[in-house]
Design a protein around this ligand. Sequence first.
Ligand code: CTP
Ligand code: MN
Ligand code: MN
Length: 526
Amino acid sequence: MRPILDDRLRAPEKRNPTMVPLKRRRVVSSCDSSTSDVSNTNNNRIKFQQQVLFLLERKMGSSRRAFLTRLGRSKGFRIEERFSESVTHVISENNSGDEVWAWLNSAQEEGGHHGQPPAPPAVRLLDISWYTESMHEGRPVEIQDRHTLQEPQQNAEELPLFSVPSYACQRSTTLHSHNLLLSDALSVLAQSAELAEDEGRGVAFRRAAAVLNFLPKAISAAEHLRGLPSLGEHSLRVVQEILEDGSSREVESTKQSDQYRAMKALTGIFGVGVKTAHRWFKLGIHTLAQLEDSGQALNHTQQAGVQHYSDLNQPVTKAEADAIGHLVETAVVAVSPGAQVTLIGGFRRGKVTGHDVDFLLTHPEEGKEDGLIFKVVAWLEAQGLLLYQKITKNSYLESKEGPSRSASTMDRFERCFSIFRLDQEERSEEGRSLDDGKETQKAWRAVRVDLVVSPKSQYAFALLGWTGSKLFERDLRRWAGHERSMSLSSHALFDIKQGKHLRADSEEEIFAHLGLDYIPPSGRNA
Ligand code: CTP
Ligand code: MN
Ligand code: MN
C-alpha cells in the first residue's frame, strides 16, 4: 500500500476527489518568495549538489509547490525558490516546453535581464513525473525521454527563444522583418480598427505586428509566441490560422468588406480624415468617382487631394525623395544662408518608398529660423514648384508647457503641408513606366511634402519626434511617462519629479536622459 503522500504527489486533477482541492492562487511570478512555506530556509542537508532544481508555480499552484519543495528538501534535494542561472532542472506540471520557455523569457525580463534565457543544454525542462519518481527513489533518477518537455538539441535547432522588451523604444526593429506575412495581416486589422475610429484596438494590433517584426527569425508555430508582450489572444489566433491554413478568414473578409475598401479609398484622398470619410460612406459614397459625382462640398485641401489622387497614391521612391531634397536645399540656401535641411520621417529610417517626404529645417543661430517657412515657400512658389501649400505658424511657448500639455502628439512648430510638382527629369525610370498606357505621358508628378521648422534648441527633440515610426514615438512617450515620470514631446523633455526641462543637443542625449539604449533611425521601424 502506498502512503497518503503518494496521493498528494499526483496532479490535483488526478487526486482523490473527496480531498478538498488545493486552491490555486493567482500569482504573477513563480519567483515570488512571499509563499512562506517555500522560502523557509533549507534546514535539511543537501545530498545532491549537482542538480539545482526549480519548481515552476505556473499551473502547479503555490500550495502544491510549497509541499513538493518541503518534500524534496527533506530528501536532500537542492531546490531554489527563485529561478537563476545556477538552476539546472526546471520542473513543471501540465506545462508544455514552449510555455515554460515563454515563462523563463518573461521572468528574465521582469528581473531586468534583457538577454536570452539560458541556452538549452544548460537547463533541462522536466515534467513533474521526473520529480515524483525521484522522490520515490530518494535520489535524482536518470532522465528519460518521457520526463523531458523538450529535447535539448531540438531546442537549440528549432525553437526560437525570444526575449522581447515590451516598449518598442527598447528594441531595435529594422526593415528586415522575418515575419512580414503575419505582421502585414495584423496591420490590416489595425488599419480596419483605425478606420472604425477604434484607436485602442488599432494600437493593440500595431503593437502585435511590431513584436512579430522584431523577432530574429520566422516563427513556425503560434505557441512560440506565448508569453511575449503585446500578443493577445486575438492576434495569436490570427497568427495560428495563417500558419496552419495559409491565410486568416478574418483578415481576408476585412480586406473584401465594403466599408474597409471604401474607407481606405476615401481617406486615401489628401485632406480627408476618418470622420469625413465615414460621413460620406453613410451617404453611399464609396469611391472617388462617386464622390466627384455627389456634388459634396470639398475644402481647398481636399480639392487638391482629388485633383492629384492617383499621383499621391503612388509611392514616392527614394530617388524622388532625394530630388525633392535637392529642391528644398536650394530654396533654403537661397532665402537663408546657413540654415540646415534634414531628411526625416520614413526615409530617414531607411525606407525605400514613402507616402510623402518629410524635412526638418533649422538655423544654427537661435531665432534666425523664425519665419523661415514663409520665405522658403515663397521661393518655391515663385519657381512654380508647389501645387498646394498650407502653412501653420509656430505656437509653442515653453513657459506655457506644463507636464499636462507637452505630451500631446501634436506639436506646434512652424510647418508646411504641401504638394510639390516634381519634374519628370528628376524621376527614376521605373516611375516613368508606371504612367505608360495612361493619357499622354505627364512631364511631372505630384508629391506630398512636409516641411517642419524648429529652433536650434529644440532641434534634437524635433528630429527624434519626426523620425518616427508612429508606434516608436508613441512608446517613447509612454516610456517617458510611465517608467521615468517625464513628459516627452517634439519640443522638449520635462522631468516631472525635478520640475524642470532637460536639455539635449542630440538624440543620443535624449535617449540617455530617458535611461534607454540609443537606437539609430534604422532601428526605429516598429
Ligand atoms: N508626425 C507628427 N505630427 C504630425 C504628423 C507626423 O509628429 N502632424 C510625425 C509622426 O509621428 C512620424 C513622422 O512625423 O514620426 C513622420 O510622419 P509620416 O510622414 O506620416 O510617416 P512616415 O513614418 O514618414 O511614413 P511614410 O513613409 O508613409 O511617410
Ligand atoms: Mn513621411
Ligand atoms: Mn509626413
